[in-house]
Design a protein around this ligand. Structure first.
Ligand code: BGC
Length: 867
């Protein structure tokens, strides 16, 4: 049996909003081993495959991922298409057709003729009040198809006859709006009825004009929230028409009286249905920057009940949902007119069990709902989200019943692709914390944290975590969108903002740290190269490398222009941010910036040289290949002493030198020995920050110290990953000493309990402990490297990854000194399986082992060996 499944366009399942097809992919499934595709045939049709708009004919190719189609396929805007594929395996077995679909967006932005309309004036620029923009329309004959294209300057919901179109939240998301604004497309045929229908946009300030950033500025992108939409109708009789926002629409203030990303929302139900309709005005906006968002939109995912209602020593009533998350608390309330619900969301209780708000800084995270009559109503925030595990009930009409409240996790819609479980329950909780940290900080942009007055797309955090994230969930579309903003917000000189979308450059002079440099910090700005490269590795996609090529090159140009004698450094550097070897009270770790900057300069240049080679840009490959060698030589000259040891004796210095391959081969062992010494000095604990931590375990296991890597990972006392777990963490903390062993906390000015950065250790769990990796010569897990590292006293590890080719799995069990490894390799992929630490092969599972390494095609293999 062989069949095709999971046919996707642009990495998305049945997407609505395709502007161009840059990728088609499918998977093959079979109950046989070593199945590879010999050829395929792909067709696209508007109605009937008898007259397809595209027919590839039989293509002799083993490729089933990242298939490109000609750019000139004659597609129409806002139209539904069918797409199907069938394949022939190498043994001649042929699959049936497998079909999927997609809907196009506007193929040219000049087609967007809807106005951006608003009732706000300049006087409302500081407000964050909701407004409705409405139009009554007549549907005269039966509708064949109806697509609503909508967006806003602000955050919006759109309704037809009072029913919400789609289930997106926080649309249109956060982008560098004036350079890149997303619109969403909804199939709304089912919401329309014959006769009169009401179209209604509901908008508020959001990221567009609300308060954003720790400096507390508003109006980053504009002063008036506005709405724009086009309803594309096709009637059964073949007639087509488009209804657009324009001056004939009417507007009115809505019941959300105030909504702010940081502070929360105030909803006055008494204002419902009391609208005083008024004329709208037009807000100027350059529609050439529009782009359709075909997937990865923000949705509600998990819904968690109250785990416990607590009365704190100070007498507060607190709902505990048992999980730190990002989203909102939904509640059902019955109160008399004017009764108030007042809630405050927060992350942790203090050492005495009281409500702890200090780490929110200026963010209020409060929700107020004013009841209108005795009727029951259900509400959650419309235009904001909070980071919380606990909710303090400040005011509630009547007795509090746990069943009235639900915590809703809100984040970008990314299919879960990876899982990791093992025999150590603490590690399993760490894995859960890593995944929840990801969910909490992948709300349209990769943020540092979801609770305090920040929630910004810090480039460093994203860079550190993106490989881990790409194992856990399908992040391709998420990062592709974000990288477009990164490129758009680069400085003229190629500098990369600290946060993307950028709201700091030119606006941070009042901040005591940022005023020293508003962009271009090592490890942060390198996201411009490392994130696309990671996408390439995880998904095998060259298109993202092509798209980001100039952005990457510009960033290298920036570093080159500011490097002296091969050593790079520039204004404000975060260095090994929040490392424990910092001076008391400082955020800046002990490893000098010259070293961290130059290490990243080398690393990024090396990656770029590879990327140039992959894209066939021979000149750049050569130029940057040479530059890379020069930087490495400078690094070695500056940071190695005559005895072949680094002249910077910090854990992080050794780690980046080892992991980035910057030590002369003859000195590598010295550096690894020094790392062990530095680890011993701390009693086996890490003192590393953002730069050193993600690679610590790698630097050890890549240098014959897998045992020490496991010991570090499994440390349970402070400071360590599992210390947090044992302290009851349900997400990853920003600081190792977020809560210290004596119950006191790191300074409230920077103490998030939901910061994914240190969750980057997940990458080591998946790639080394479970041993699932991709080879660069077959990225996207086409060539799988399966090399489980047994250790840490674990008796079982089970990891699965849904790759572009299908599910792969590494499952190992240890009994005495015998390991049983079960490996699943999907069709069209191939693997090199190796068995680090093996002493004797007991059963090769039918594979042809050469020593402890075997090459194989698809299938399930059970291998037994002795350690
Ligand atoms: C953020 C970090 C970020 C850092 C850079 C902090 O405020 O929360 O995660 O990378 O600033 O300095």
């Amino acid at each position: 049996m062989v069949e095709v499944t999971n046919l996707r366009v642009n990495y998305l399942d049945s997407p609505i909003g395709i502007e161009d097809i840059f990728q088609v992919g499918w998977q093959m499934r079979s109950d046989r081993r070593s199945v590879r595709q010999k050829s395929y045939r792909l067709q696209i049709a508007e109605n009937d495959f008898a007259s397809p708009v595209y027919d590839s004919g039989e293509v002799m190719s083993g490729d089933s991922a990242n298939i490109t189609v000609p750019v000139d396929i004659p597609l129409n805007s806002v139209s539904a298409y069918r797409i199907r594929v069938k394949a022939t395996a190498e043994d001649g077995d042929c699959t049936p057709w497998h079909e999927s679909k997609f809907v196009t967006a506007l193929l040219n932005n000049s087609e967007w003729r809807a106005e951006f309309i608003t009732i706000e004036t300049e006087e409302d620029k500081g407000d964050a009040r909701s407004s409705y923009l409405n139009k009554s329309i007549e549907i005269s004959s039966s509708v064949k198809s109806a697509y609503l294209l909508s967006t806003a300057l602000g955050v919006y919901h759109v309704y037809i006859n009072g029913q919400k179109a789609g289930d997106d939240q926080m649309a249109p998301g956060w982008t560098s709006y004036n350079k890149h604004l997303l619109y969403q497309i909804y199939d709304v045929k089912e919401l329309l009825k014959p006769g009169e229908n009401t179209l209604s946009g509901f908008v508020n300030a959001g990221w567009y004009k609300g308060k954003m950033g720790f400096v507390g500025l508003k109006n980053h992108y504009g002063t008036r929230a506005a709405f724009s939409c086009e309803l594309h109708l096709e009637y059964e009789n073949g007639e087509r028409c488009v209804i657009r926002t324009d001056g004939t629409w009417q507007g009115a203030w809505g019941p959300v009286v105030y909504s702010d990303i940081y502070d929360g929302e105030l909803y006055d139900a008494r204002l419902e249905n009391t609208e005083k309709w008024q004329a709208v005005s037009q807000a100027a906006f350059d529609t050439s920057v529009l782009a359709a968002q075909a997937g990865c939109r923000v949705r509600v995912h998990e819904r968690l009940p109250v785990k416990e209602i607590i009365t704190t020593p100070e007498g507060d009533t607190v709902l505990d949902f048992g999980q730190n998350l990002t989203g909102w608390v939904e509640f059902t309330v019955q109160g008399n007119e004017g009764d108030e619900v007042r809630l405050q969301c927060f992350e942790v209780l203090d050492s005495r069990g009281n409500v702890y708000l200090d780490n929110l800084r200026s963010a209020k995270q409060k929700l107020t709902y004013i009841c209108k009559d005795g009727a029951q109503a259900t509400y959650h925030a419309y235009f904001t989200f909070q980071g919380f595990r606990y909710v303090k009930v400040i005011s509630w009409p009547g007795g509090i019943n746990a069943k009235s409240f639900t915590a809703c996790a809100v984040y970008s819609n990314m299919p879960v692709t990876g899982s990791f479980t093992c025999s150590n329950p603490l590690l399993n909780q760490l894995q859960s914390n890593i995944h929840w940290g990801m969910k909490g900080n992948f709300l349209d942009v990769p943020t540092d944290c979801p609770q305090r007055d920040e929630r910004l797309g810090w480039t460093g955090d994203a860079q550190i975590f993106c490989r881990t994230a790409s194992f856990l969930m399908d992040t391709y579309t998420f990062f592709r969108k974000w990288l477009r903003d990164l490129a758009a917000d680069q400085t003229d000189e190629g500098g990369v903002p600290h946060v993307v979308p950028d709201i700091l450059i030119g606006k941070s002079s009042s901040d005591r740290i940022m005023r020293d440099g508003e962009h271009s910090a090592a490890a942060w700005a390198d996201a411009s190269i490392i994130v696309p490269w990671t996408m390439y590795l995880a998904y095998g996609d060259k298109d993202i490398l092509r798209r980001q090529y100039e952005s990457m090159k510009a960033w290298l140009g920036f570093m080159r222009a500011h490097a002296v004698d091969g050593i790079w450094n520039y204004k404000l550097q975060f260095g090994d941010w929040v490392a424990l070897d910092a001076e008391e009270g400082s955020y800046f770790g002990a490893t000098p910036n010259d070293l961290t900057c130059t290490a990243y300069y080398a690393y990024s240049t090396g990656l770029f040289a590879k990327i140039a080679r992959i894209l066939g840009r021979a000149d750049d490959a050569e130029t940057y290949g040479k530059l890379y060698e020069q930087i490495v030589a400078s690094y070695q000259k500056h940071f190695f002493d005559e005895s072949g040891r680094l002249n910077v004796q910090t854990q992080t210095a050794q780690i980046v030198t080892l992991h980035f391959g910057l030590a002369p081969e003859a000195y590598r062992k010295n550096v690894a020995d020094d790392l062990i010494k530095l680890l011993k000095k701390e009693n086996g604990h890490l003192v590393t920050g953002f730069v050193g931590t993600p690679y610590f375990c790698f630097a050890l296991s890549e240098n014959d110290h897998t045992k020490e890597a496991y010991e570090l990972l499994l440390k349970e006392d402070y400071p360590s990953w599992l210390y947090q777990v044992k302290a009851g963490a349900t997400t990853i903390w920003e600081h190792w000493d977020g809560i210290k062993p004596d119950g006191t906390m790191w300074s409230a000015d920077m103490n998030s309990f939901n910061h994914y950065a240190y969750g980057a250790v997940g990458d080591w769990l998946y790639r080394v402990a479970a041993g699932i990796d991709t080879a660069e010569d077959g990225p996207g897990y086409q060539h799988i490297l399966l090399a489980p590292h047994i250790g840490g006293g674990l008796t079982e590890v089970d990891a699965k990854l849904q790759s572009s080719y299908g599910q792969l799995r590494s499952h190992w069990r240890v009994s005495g000194d015998v390991v049983t490894l079960e490996a699943d390799i999907p069709c069209n992929a191939y693997a090199t399986i190796s068995l680090p630490g093996a002493a004797e092969l007991l059963d090769g599972g039918g594979l042809d082992f050469d020593g402890f390494s075997a090459k194989t095609g698809s299938g399930r293999y059970t291998i037994r060996y002795r350690l």
